[in-house]
Design a protein around this ligand. Structure first.
Ligand SMILES: [Zn+2]
Ligand SMILES: [Zn+2]
Length: 262
C-alpha cells in the first residue's frame, strides 16, 4: 500500500472516530437537550465558539501526526520489526481478546507517566498547554494537542506494538476504544451514576468528572482509563474523593448542583 493511500485511509478513519461521536455528543448534550442534561454538567460554564474552533483546529493537526505514526507502525509491521501478527491463528483466540486488556493497561501506564512528564514546569508551556487551554473541555478537546504532545502520544502507541503481540483487527478495536473513551472523558457531563462509580469494580475506572477536574485544577487526576496510578501515586484530587462519597446524585438535581457545580 502506498504512503498516500495508507495516510488517507487512516486519516479518514480517525476523522470519523473523532467527529461522529463528538458531533453526536455535542448536539445532544450542548444543543438539543441542553436544559435536560444541565444538572449533570460538571462545570456550569459552556464553551464559546472560539473554544470549539481552537479545539477542532488543534485536533486536526494531531490527527495529521497520528496518521504519520500509523504509517510508521504499518511499515515497521509489514517488515516484521514489530510484534504485530497478521495470521490470526498465530496466537490463540483467547490471547486475541486478552491482547486488548494488555494494551489498555500498558497504555494506561504509559499515558500516566507521559502525562506527569508533560506537567513538569519546564515542559508544560511548550507541550501540554494547548490541551489545557480548555478549562471546561468539550468532546472536541479529545485530540486537541500541540504537535509535540501528539508526537509523545504517538511514541507511546508505537512502543506498544513493539512489546505486545497484537493483530491488526485488535489494534483497530483498541484505538477505537481509546478515542471513544477520550471523547466521553472530555464530554463535560458525568453520566455514570454514583452507585456505579462507587462499586468496588467500577471505582477503579476513570470518569469524566475526574478528567474534567484535571482540566480545572491541573495538578491531579492524571490517569487515562483507570485511577490505579493516581491512587498509587496519591495524585487523586482530594476534594473530589470527598464528593464521590455523596450518595446517589441521579435522584436529586439540587444535590447534583451541590456536588458538581460549586
Ligand atoms: Zn494534563
Ligand atoms: Zn484532557
Amino acid at each position: 500500500m502506498s504512503f498516500l493511500t495508507h495516510f488517507a485511509a487512516v486519516t479518514a478513519v480517525m476523522l470519523l472516530y473523532y467527529f461522529v461521536p463528538g458531533i453526536l455528543f455535542y448536539y445532544e448534550f450542548y444543543i438539543r437537550h441542553r436544559c435536560r442534561w444541565q444538572p449533570l454538567k460538571i462545570q456550569q460554564k459552556h464553551p464559546g465558539k472560539a473554544q470549539l474552533r481552537r479545539e477542532i483546529k488543534s485536533s486536526l493537526g494531531a490527527v495529521f501526526i497520528f496518521s504519520l505514526a500509523a504509517w510508521l507502525m504499518y511499515e515497521a509491521s509489514i517488515r516484521g520489526y514489530s510484534q504485530v501478527y497478521f495470521d490470526i491463528h498465530e496466537h490463540s483466540l483467547v490471547y486475541f481478546g486478552f491482547s486488548f486488556i494488555l494494551n489498555v493497561f500498558a497504555n494506561d501506564t504509559l499515558f500516566y507517566w507521559a502525562h506527569r512528564f508533560m506537567h513538569l514546569k519546564w515542559v508544560f508551556p511548550y507541550v501540554h498547554l494547548t490541551h489545557h487551554k480548555s478549562v471546561s473541555p468539550t468532546p472536541f478537546d479529545a485530540l486537541a494537542f500541540h504537535p509535540l504532545e501528539a508526537i509523545i502520544h504517538s511514541f507511546t502507541y508505537i512502543l506498544l506494538i513493539f512489546i505486545i503481540p497484537i493483530h491488526p483487527i485488535m489494534f483497530g478495536i483498541f484505538h477505537a476504544y481509546n478515542l471513544l473513551a477520550n471523547v466521553a472523558g472530555h464530554g463535560g457531563f458525568e453520566l455514570m451514576p454514583q452507585n456505579v462509580r462507587s462499586h468496588w469494580f467500577f471505582k477503579w475506572q476513570n470518569t469524566a468528572t475526574n478528567h474534567d477536574t484535571h482540566h480545572k485544577k491541573f495538578n491531579c487526576n492524571y490517569g487515562n482509563y483507570f485511577v490505579i496510578w493516581d491512587s498509587f501515586m496519591k495524585t487523586k484530587d482530594k476534594g473530589q474523593q470527598k464528593k464521590d462519597k455523596v450518595k446517589d446524585y441521579t435522584t436529586s438535581h439540587s444535590l447534583v448542583q451541590d456536588v458538581y457545580l460549586k
